[in-house]
Design a protein around this ligand. Structure first.
Ligand SMILES: *Cc1c(COP(=O)(O)O)cnc(C)c1O
Length: 356
């Protein structure tokens, strides 16, 4: 039976930021969604309430052992003022896969999506309208049982918050410098790399901090066992164009299954551009570069959509990719994906879900 979402409107509304001041994830809307779980009772009491702090027991499991998962997607508004989501059912599917990995009870995906749509509808006037801006949606689950034993929590909260975000590229899509990470790893097979769970991001901070000091935007992560094979770039999936063919690391258990990654593969296939998911070594990329066959490299994820790589540093090798400018495929993917999201390109794959 579909549960009724209880609605409590905010008595006062916050002032909205100017489009020009929008950053990422700093400002939150007037409302939030929250729902509880207790073992034996299941998920209950879904409600939209004024955005507010949580009150949790200091012994809540999430604070100590990180039993938690999250998602990230965006709401866009068209020129006509219509609010829409991009493939949100994929995020709900992944939320449950992350839940399974972290021993968190599954959510009803259809209900969770209807809650997100309702919340976005309530705060619809927070979706910024300037080009490239959007409303970032952050669903997450936390373990709230007060218990210091290492065991799955018997209580949880599923929460959704919204944040208006600025255009990722303020001066047009721009290539970044990336350092290949030889010491630290993001994930290993058998670990939690495939789940969107807090610990993966906490453990990535050190490597990111060290390369940022040397002027790199992100690290390129290698596999955790041999440190030979490419996994991801920062918190994005990664693609290379070598001698006319686009390649991306095959999902191997330690790579996050990106919605953008899947969309890129579908578009490339639709355009008749060869695309292969397989194991790719850093040595292969280096050899392709030496042979003049490394034509493009780019990351793919919800935040940036497509992030071209202009330079790759690996040991003593500085590899400049496509003269350090955005490649043709990266640009075409960026324009098409954002066009579909903002409603200026035809939604040929039925990816768009309207928020009524
Ligand atoms: C979220 C995420 C991605 C990209 O996933 P999208 O669904 O495309 O946003 C890729 N890698 C990591 C590690 C991520 O956390």
């Amino acid at each position: 039976m579909e549960q009724q979402i209880h609605m409590e409107y905010a008595a006062t509304k916050k002032e909205k930021p100017n489009a020009a001041d929008l950053q990422f994830g700093r400002v939150f809307t007037d409302h939030m969604f929250i729902m509880d779980y207790t073992e034996g009772k299941g998920w209950y009491d879904p409600r939209i309430i004024p955005y507010q702090p949580l009150s949790l027991d200091p012994a809540a499991i999430v604070f100590h052992y990180g039993q938690t998962v999250f998602e990230g997607l965006k709401a866009y508004v068209t020129k006509e003022g219509e609010a829409r989501l991009f493939r949100p059912e994929k995020n709900m599917e992944r939320l449950n896969r992350s839940n399974d990995r972290m021993c968190i009870p599954r959510l009803d995906e259809t209900f969770a999506l209807s809650a997100i749509k309702k919340l976005v509808g309530v705060d619809k006037d927070w979706i910024p309208t300037a080009p490239g801006t959007s409303l970032y949606i952050r669903p997450f689950v936390i373990s709230t049982e007060p218990y210091l034993g290492v065991a799955p929590s018997k209580q949880y909260q599923f929460i959704v918050i919204l944040s208006p975000v600025g255009a990722y590229y303020k001066e047009g899509i721009n290539p970044v410098k990336i350092a290949v990470e030889n010491e630290f790893v993001r994930a290993v097979k058998g670990g939690t790399g495939e789940a969107k769970t807090a610990g993966n991001y906490a453990s990535s901070l050190k490597a990111q901090e060290l390369v940022a000091d040397k002027g790199y935007a992100q690290v390129l992560w290698l596999d955790g066992l041999e440190k030979k094979y490419i996994e991801e770039v920062g918190s994005m999936n990664v693609f290379f164009k070598i001698d006319g063919e686009v390649v991306t690391p095959a999902l191997n258990g330690s790579i996050l299954k990106g919605v953008t990654r899947n969309s890129v593969i579908k578009l490339l296939k639709h355009w008749g551009i060869p695309v292969t998911e397989r194991r790719i070594s850093m040595e292969e990329i280096h050899q392709a570069h030496l042979a003049g066959k490394l034509e493009e490299a780019f990351g793919a994820g919800t935040a940036a959509v497509i992030s071209p790589i202009g330079e790759l540093a690996w040991n003593e090798n500085q590899m400049i990719v496509n003269d350090g400018v955005t490649g043709k495929i990266a640009k075409q993917l960026y324009d098409t994906l954002t066009g579909i999201q903002y409603g200026t390109e035809e939604d040929i794959f039925d990816w768009i879900v309207e928020v009524k």
